[in-house]
Design a protein around this ligand. Structure first.
Ligand SMILES: [Zn+2]
Length: 268
């Protein structure tokens, strides 16, 4: 893919996707998206705003130039085009201000953090392409976690063990969207929290967390612990920097999640 980047650039309101990875919603979009170097996608609802083609920007939504956050997105795009030795992890994380405002509007204040011992997790400003997940969707992780995951998957395969990715990076908007839809259907915040993590508090926002599965096993089930894939991870995961975040009886009071692994550079 000459001229394309293998990064998801992340800004407060808009994501910049490399062309060729997004599904088209119509035939005219399909032609454009297949030729695009970069696609601007609104985080709040996934709407495609504009595409950068070899000959210039092409609108995918009338009035896209007036969208909130377009200036920041175009600045990020300029940075990508001018920086040849692009280092995704060096860009750091986005500020938390907008998330905190939205949580306050939902009625989720500091008491949630105090009662769970969890902290808000910032989104990275750039994520690396880490292959496709089980559902053939692009998997995004921090650059270090992406390298480690691909190496670990290869190593497992060499031992005859198949690992697949269920879910990696998830945005605040994704989790806020789940909450807002359930609130609109009449559930209250406390009810939703019994099933869904509060937006902003999931390790998946960091780009370092990965839900791992193995073919023919249901995703995110405790039965994963009885598979050869789990045994392999338990023996070798730490060699690649992956640790299980929520073992049995973890101090956060989170249910046992044998599928959920977190990449940390200094695991060993
Ligand atoms: Zn998880």
């Amino acid at each position: 893919m000459p001229g394309r980047h293998a990064f998801l650039l992340n800004t407060a309101e808009i994501e910049l996707w490399p062309g060729g990875l997004l599904r088209a919603r119509g035939n005219s979009d399909a032609r454009l998206l297949s030729r695009a170097l970069t696609v601007l996608r609104r985080k709040r609802d996934g709407r495609y705003l504009a595409a950068l083609l070899p000959e210039g920007m092409q609108s995918l939504m009338p009035g896209w130039m007036r969208e909130p956050g377009v200036d920041a997105a175009l600045d990020a795009l300029d940075g990508l085009r001018t920086d040849r030795g692009f280092d995704a992890d060096a860009l750091g994380v986005l500020p938390l201000g907008r998330l905190i405002e939205r949580l306050e509007r939902l009625g989720l204040d500091d008491r949630y953090a105090e009662s769970t011992g969890l902290a808000l997790v910032a989104e990275p400003a750039a994520l690396s392409f880490a292959g496709l997940d089980r559902y053939r969707r692009p998997l995004w992780l921090t650059a270090a976690a992406a390298r480690a995951w691909l190496a670990m998957q290869r190593s497992a395969r060499a031992d005859g063990v198949a690992l697949d990715a269920i879910s990696g990076y998830r945005s605040h908007d994704y989790q806020l969207g789940i909450f807002e839809r359930k609130l609109a259907r009449g559930q209250d915040v406390q009810q939703i929290l019994t099933v869904n993590a509060a937006p902003g508090y999931s390790e998946h926002h960091s780009g370092n967390a990965l839900d791992i599965g193995t073919p023919d096993e249901p995703p995110a089930e405790e039965s994963f612990e009885t598979t050869p894939a789990f045994n392999w991870l338990a023996s070798h995961g730490a060699d690649f920097g992956f640790l299980m975040s929520y073992p049995r009886d973890n101090p956060h009071g989170i249910v046992y999640e044998p599928w959920h692994w977190y990449h940390t550079a200094d695991a060993r």
